[in-house]
Ligand binder design. Structure first.
Ligand code: SAH
Length: 214
């Protein structure tokens, strides 16, 4: 595998850097992991899930290209750290998590930190949040098997979607999609490793041949 991240990928967006500097990551990681909170690596957050590496959080946020009026949808609230970064940059954040305990914990920490522009939902993010669509940005922090059709539908014209696509535990690619009219421009960013996006939905494919689909 080539060296990752390649040198041409930089976090140069000043607003993203300011948000990363401002949000206290140690508040989101479990007590036992606190001494590692400011290391540039993922950490376990319980329930078999992980808080993403800060570099990846910054990169995915930068790829969303949010402005302060933006409405953004996040799939995979997890510990809520990425949610807080989004809440710093966007007007409204809608975030979905399938594990109730994680959603509740994230909601408590974000309100303790004073964020009042975040809407939490426990459920299946594969289906998105149609009642609140369209979104200027959609970020998925678990690996999807394919481009999720409902999420693409819920993306505003000109909006960006950033997500890892690939098999659980296998080779996944981080993508940025830009919706322009009926087209989706797909920018391949690089290899990543995320926990899988889990869904019982009928149209959520498992055991597929990835090369045929992306
Ligand atoms: N951004 C989070 C990432 C957590 S890991 C953080 O940095 O803490 C990915 C999360 O996606 C997990 O919490 C997992 O439970 C959640 N997830 C997986 N499939 C999901 C689905 N279909 N809908 C909503 N959340 C999902």
């Amino acid at each position: 595998m080539p060296k990752w991240p390649p040198r041409w990928i930089e976090i140069s967006d000043k607003d993203v850097l300011a948000a990363i500097a401002h949000v206290p990551r140690h508040r989101f990681v479990p007590e036992a992991q606190r001494q590692h909170a400011y290391e540039d690596r993922p950490l376990p957050i319980g329930h078999g899930q992980t808080i993403s590496q800060p570099f990846i959080v910054a990169l995915m946020t930068q790829l969303l290209e949010l402005d302060s009026q933006a409405r953004v949808l996040e799939i995979g609230t997890g510990c809520g750290y990425q949610t807080a970064i989004l809440a710093e940059l966007a007007a409204e954040v809608y975030t979905i998590e399938r594990i109730p305990e994680l959603s509740q914990r994230a909601s408590r920490i974000l309100s303790e930190l004073g964020y009042d522009n975040v809407h939490f939902r426990v459920g299946d993010g594969w289906q998105g949040w149609p009642q609140a669509a369209p979104f200027d940005g959609i970020i998925v922090t678990a690996a999807a098997p394919i481009w999720p059709p409902q999420l693409l539908e819920q993306l505003a014209d000109g909006g960006r979607i950033v997500l890892p696509i690939g098999p659980a535990g296998g080779d996944q690619i981080l993508w940025q999609g830009i919706k322009t009219g009926s087209q989706l421009i797909r920018n391949r960013i690089g290899p990543v490793r995320f926990v899988p996006l889990i869904s019982d939905a009928d149209d959520h494919p498992f055991d597929i041949e990835y090369d045929d689909l992306i």
